[in-house]
Design a protein around this ligand. Structure first.
Ligand SMILES: Cc1cc2nc3c(=O)[nH]c(=O)nc-3n(C[C@H](O)[C@H](O)[C@H](O)COP(=O)(O)OP(=O)(O)OC[C@H]3O[C@@H](n4cnc5c(N)ncnc54)[C@H](O)[C@@H]3O)c2cc1C
Length: 313
């Protein structure tokens, strides 16, 4: 029997799509994944306090927020399977979806909400200090008290790295922008903003050898890529901005993706290049990458899927 809607992803986008689809009487089936592209609950499962999701005046723990969202989806009538999708076949009508354990499903519509993952530096000290003054999201974590009026570092050289540095300049006493080359790949306007900013200092030709600190970041050991010299930089926080990897392996070659591998959606919509397939959350958003924007697009995807079902005989 064909499902009306299958939602792939159990982050803010997937659960919110589930809540709206259940309320729209679409009897949604949600695959929240297991290990293929993150974990059930998504990226917020790896963080502590979430202070910018509306509705929680004192903030909320990431895992608690996602457990509550999941329970709300169940209460509304969603069926949730903790299982990876291994393959989807968009050339079939209805679409076909292969679950890693439970096998083949058919569905009239699909919501792809498989998220993205921040690229991270492959250093043992990085693993040790992750979440202890080391983050990949300045918008999420930059305002935390531990970073206020302290020297901070951003690692990267693209537009996102400069955006992170500019954001952090509101909180830190100084922001070091650490770049492994001697010029930015960021756009001209962003480069100028960083170079002219009184609180931002750019350290060219440097890579991070080690994050220093025991219970929290206290500094960075940097290597000069030209001379090979090692130096120590004291900072109270570090933000990696070396790019994100959208989880689009499932749809590669079947949906239109942009040059960075994100699903392309129509402006103001979650419609993809394939009629009846909608994409929500970080998998189609390299600009905002927030829980609230992901949840919002999950809502849009469920509503658009419902309208598609009404209009399609
Ligand atoms: C450390 C950290 C802290 C953050 N802090 C904040 C914050 O304070 N505030 C904020 O707004 N945002 C924050 N963010 C960003 C926020 O987490 C993301 O924007 C949001 O989680 C994206 O939601 P999503 O539903 O699109 O994807 P994700 O949360 O990435 O979830 C993707 C889901 O898809 C599933 N999946 C992937 N592949 C498959 C597959 N093949 N089959 C089945 N399921 C699959 C995964 O299991 C997962 O459940 C933070 C991110 C990180 C990494």
């Amino acid at each position: 029997m064909s499902e009306k809607i299958i939602i792939i992803g159990g982050g803010p986008a997937g659960y919110t799509a589930g809540i709206y689809a259940a309320r729209g009487n679409l009897a949604p089936l949600v695959f929240e994944g297991f290990m293929a592209g993150g974990i059930p609950g998504g990226q917020l499962m790896t963080t502590g306090a979430v202070e910018n999701f509306p509705g929680f005046e004192k903030g909320i723990d990431g895992q608690q927020l996602m457990a509550t969202m999941r329970q709300q989806a169940l209460n509304m009538g969603c069926r949730i399977l903790t299982e990876d999708i291994e393959k989807i076949m968009l050339d079939k009508n209805p679409f076909e979806v292969l679950g890693a354990e439970s096998g083949l499903y058919q569905s009239q519509t699909l919501v792809v909400a498989t998220g993205a993952a921040a690229k991270r530096l492959p250093l043992p000290s990085e693993r040790k200090l992750w979440g202890k003054g080391l983050s990949a999201c300045a918008v999420c974590d930059g305002a935390l008290p531990m970073f206020r009026n302290k020297p901070l570092a951003v690692i990267g050289g693209g537009d996102s790295a400069i955006e992170e540095a500019l954001h952090l300049s509101h909180f830190g006493s100084k922001v070091y922008l650490i770049h492994r080359r001697d010029s930015f790949r960021a756009s001209h306007i962003m480069r100028a903003r960083a170079q002219e900013h009184p609180k931002i200092e750019i350290l060219w030709n440097k890579t991070v050898e080690e994050f220093l600190g025991e219970s929290a970041v206290s500094g960075l050991r940097l290597r000069d890529t030209v001379s090979g010299a090692l130096t120590t930089l004291e900072v109270a926080g570090a933000f990696e901005a070396i790019g994100h990897r959208p989880n689009t392996a499932l749809v590669k070659g079947q949906l239109e993706l942009d040059e960075d591998g994100y699903v392309i959606t129509k402006a103001g919509s979650t419609e993809t290049s394939r009629h009846g397939v909608f994409a929500a959350g970080d998998v189609q958003d390299k600009k905002f990458r927030q829980a609230i924007t992901s949840a919002a697009s999950g809502c849009m995807a469920a509503i658009e899927a419902g309208r598609f079902l009404q209009e399609t005989p």
